[in-house]
Design a protein around this ligand. Structure first.
Ligand code: PEP
Length: 252
C-alpha cells in the first residue's frame, strides 16, 4: 500500500527568524496528524542544520531542493548527496521545472542527480511536467514519457522502490492556476501505467504527488483522486496554517 506524502518546497525563501517561526507552528500542528501520511519540508541548503535541529523529534522530515550528480571535486557552488546526508536529509527534489528551465538541467542531468541521491540513501522527489505550450500542442504525454524514460534507462525500474514522483504542470506552478483534479488524475495514471509496463507491482506502490498552486481550498479534491498520493507545495508551504490544512487534507 503506497504512502501519502505532503512535501513543502520553500524555494529561495526564508531566513533564520522566519524559518524558526514557521517550524514552531508546523511542529505542533503536524504532530496532531496521523503518521499514515508522511510530511516533509525541502529547504535552502544554508538552513539544513537549523532545520535538522528543530525537526529532530518531530514527525516532519526534511530535505534539499537540488543535488549535484557528482560525488565530489572541482564543482564550485555544488552540493553532493553525501553532504546532504551529513544533515540528516531524507529527501531531495530533482528536476524541478525551475531548475530545468532557469539552469538548463537536461533529462540526462536530472537522471544522474536522481541516481546520485539514491546511491546515498536519499529519496529523490522527481519532478516531471509539461509547459503550457506543450499542453496546447498535445505533447504532454510525450514530454513526460521522455522525462521518465531518462530515469528508467539510467537507474532502472527497481529504483522506483525508493523514489517519489511529482507531477507538476509548469503552467500551474506559482501561477494560481491549478490543474483540475481530472486533468491531474489523467497524467498521474499515465505515469503509473508507464512504470507498470516494466513492473506493475512497483507502479502500484510508487507515490505520485501533484504540484502546482495547491492551496488549502483545493487540496482535498485533488488528493481524493485515485492516483494522486499527496502534494509538492510551493507558495502555500510558507504559511503555517495553509500548509497544515493541506497536510490535513491528505490524511482525511
Ligand atoms: C513548486 O514549486 O513545486 C510548486 C508546486 O509551487 P506552487 O505550489 O507555488 O505552485
Amino acid at each position: 500500500m503506497r504512502k501519502k506524502l505532503v512535501a513543502g518546497n520553500w524555494k529561495m525563501h526564508g531566513n533564520l527568524n522566519e524559518n524558526d517561526a514557521l517550524l514552531s507552528a508546523l511542529v505542533p500542528g503536524i504532530s496532531a496528524l496521523d503518521n499514515k501520511t508522511g510530511y516533509a519540508v525541502c529547504v535552502p541548503y544554508p538552513y539544513l542544520a537549523t532545520v535538522q535541529a528543530k525537526l529532530q523529534n518531530a514527525n516532519i522530515k526534511w530535505g534539499a531542493q537540488n543535488v549535484s550528480q557528482h560525488e565530489k571535486g572541482a564543482y564550485t557552488g555544488e552540493v553532493s548527496a553525501d553532504m546532504l546526508n551529513d544533515f540528516g536529509c531524507s529527501y531531495v527534489i530533482v528536476g524541478h521545472s525551475e531548475r530545468r528551465m532557469l539552469y538548463g538541467e537536461s533529462n540526462q542531468a536530472v537522471a544522474e542527480k536522481y541516481l546520485a541521491a539514491q546511491k546515498h540513501g536519499l529519496v529523490p522527489i522527481l519532478c516531471v511536467g509539461e509547459t503550457l505550450e506543450q499542453r496546447d500542442s498535445d505533447t504532454t504525454e510525450q514530454v513526460i514519457d521522455e522525462q521518465l524514460k531518462a530515469i528508467l534507462t539510467l537507474a532502472g525500474v527497481d529504483s522506483m522502490r525508493n523514489a517519489v514522483i511529482a507531477y507538476e504542470p509548469v503552467w500551474a506552478i506559482g501561477t494560481g492556476k491549478t490543474a483540475t483534479p481530472q486533468q491531474a488524475q489523467d497524467i498521474h495514471r499515465f505515469i503509473r501505467q508507464g512504470i507498470a509496463k516494466q513492473n506493475s507491482e512497483l507502479a502500484a506502490d510508487v507515490t505520485i504527488l501533484y504540484g502546482g498552486s495547491v492551496k488549502a481550498s483545493n487540496a482535498e479534491e485533488l488528493f481524493a483522486m485515485p492516483d494522486i498520493d499527496g502534494g509538492l507545495i510551493g507558495g502555500a508551504s510558507l504559511v503555517a496554517d495553509d500548509f497544515i490544512a493541506i497536510c490535513k487534507a491528505a490524511h482525511s
